[in-house]
Design a protein around this ligand. Structure first.
Ligand SMILES: Cc1ncc(C[n+]2csc(CCOP(=O)(O)OP(=O)(O)O)c2C)c(N)n1
Ligand SMILES: [Mg+2]
Length: 338
């Protein structure tokens, strides 16, 4: 593969484009496998897949630096993989096994990694947003230059706690990027049925928080918007809102009657706006990669995902004694942050 060539469209190197392709494909294949394991009864409880939305986290992670933090909702597997968490540990958590990030006690919605600065995984809609502001408060207090990405959905964007958080984040100029992943639906409710002012990126105006709408099916546009938001926060100018327009191909969770939209609507998005397919085309048309190169990448990704499923099946269930661990936090010495 010609790694040094750059794409005419954006001056991006083939190497960079390929890495986004790989990262997005890993999330998609991982989620497809999770869907299969769920169907086989190996994953219990809730499971919300991220298929279709991959460009959001991959684009924003490309704009982040080591030490930056992220916190999100229950639709969280993509965020974990994009920030470098181990697919084995994530899949084993989905199957409720000891080798999982929460020793099998948390499941799909409750995984964390202090090492990768991933603060969950939250099942209560919108709850992660004030937590994100809290993380940013700690960073501002410590003057460490870090930025927090607080992700939430279009449905969550109508909640009261979001606006209390906006007020405090703006007042204290916290380095937090509010990332609204607008996938157009909140469970079975279309945004037009629930939302009086659909331009969610303007929701910070009353608090003096700038916002921007971003095409979330284009990883390069997401990265560019992410860089601008990160620069704003690192400069000490306070919070920033990114409303990222995206789409989920699968149901809200694994149990979804799918009666609120047509198959044609989903198919049209897949055919005309898929974030992975468009990068694939850029790689081929820009002669950065051959079909053979891409086949080799597909194979490599499948191997990683299959290995994670094997690991998840083979890992034992947690011991009963684990019922009594991880209940209370260990006290942190003053001044230490996660
Ligand atoms: C406080 C609260 N209310 C309701 C629910 C049930 N619920 C779970 S997901 C969801 C929809 C949220 O949609 P959105 O914010 O658009 O996120 P998406 O699922 O599209 O990623 C609702 C109402 C919940 N988990 N928590
Ligand atoms: Mg939504």
């Amino acid at each position: 593969m010609a790694a040094r060539k750059t794409s005419k469209k954006s001056n991006i190197s083939a190497e960079e484009l390929t890495s986004y392709y790989k990262d997005m494909l890993l999330i998609r294949r991982f989620e497809e496998k999770a869907g299969q394991l769920y169907g086989m009864g190996l994953i219990g409880g809730f499971c919300h897949l991220y298929i279709g939305q991959e460009a959001v986290v991959v684009g924003l992670e490309a704009a982040a630096e080591e030490g930056d933090k992220r916190v999100t909702s229950y639709r969280d597997h993509g965020h974990m993989l994009a920030c470098g968490m181990d697919p084995n540990g994530v899949m084993a958590e989905l199957t409720g096994r000891e080798g999982g990030y929460s020793k099998g006690k948390g499941g799909s919605m409750h995984m964390f990694s202090r090492e990768k600065h991933f603060y969950g995984g939250h099942g209560i809609v919108g709850a992660q947003v004030p937590i994100g502001a809290g993380l940013a408060f700690a960073d501002k207090y410590l003057e460490n230059g870090r930025v927090t990405f607080a992700y939430f959905g279009d449905g969550a964007a109508n909640q009261g706690q979001i606006y209390e958080t906006f007020n405090m984040a703006a007042l204290w100029k916290l380095p937090v990027i509010f990332v609204i992943e607008n996938n157009q639906y909140a469970m079975g409710t279309a945004q037009r049925r629930s939302t009086s002012t659909p331009a969610l990126y303007t929701r910070g105006e009353a608090f003096g928080i700038p916002g921007e709408e971003v095409d979330g099916m284009d990883v390069l546009k997401v990265k560019e918007a992410g860089e601008k938001a990160v620069a704003h926060c690192r400069a000490g100018d306070g919070p920033y809102i990114l409303e990222i327009k995206t789409y989920r191909y699968r149901g809200h969770s694994m149990s979804d009657p799918a009666k609120y939209r047509t198959r044609e609507e989903v198919q049209k998005m897949r055919d005309e706006h898929d974030c992975i397919e468009s990068v694939r085309r850029m790689l081929i048309e820009g002669k950065h990669a051959t079909e053979e190169d891409l086949k080799a990448i597909d194979k490599e990704i499948k191997q990683i995902v299959n290995a994670s499923a094997e690991f998840a099946k083979e890992s034992p269930e947690p011991d009963v004694s684990e019922l009594y661990t991880d209940i209370y936090a260990d006290e942190l010495p003053q001044g230490e942050v996660a």
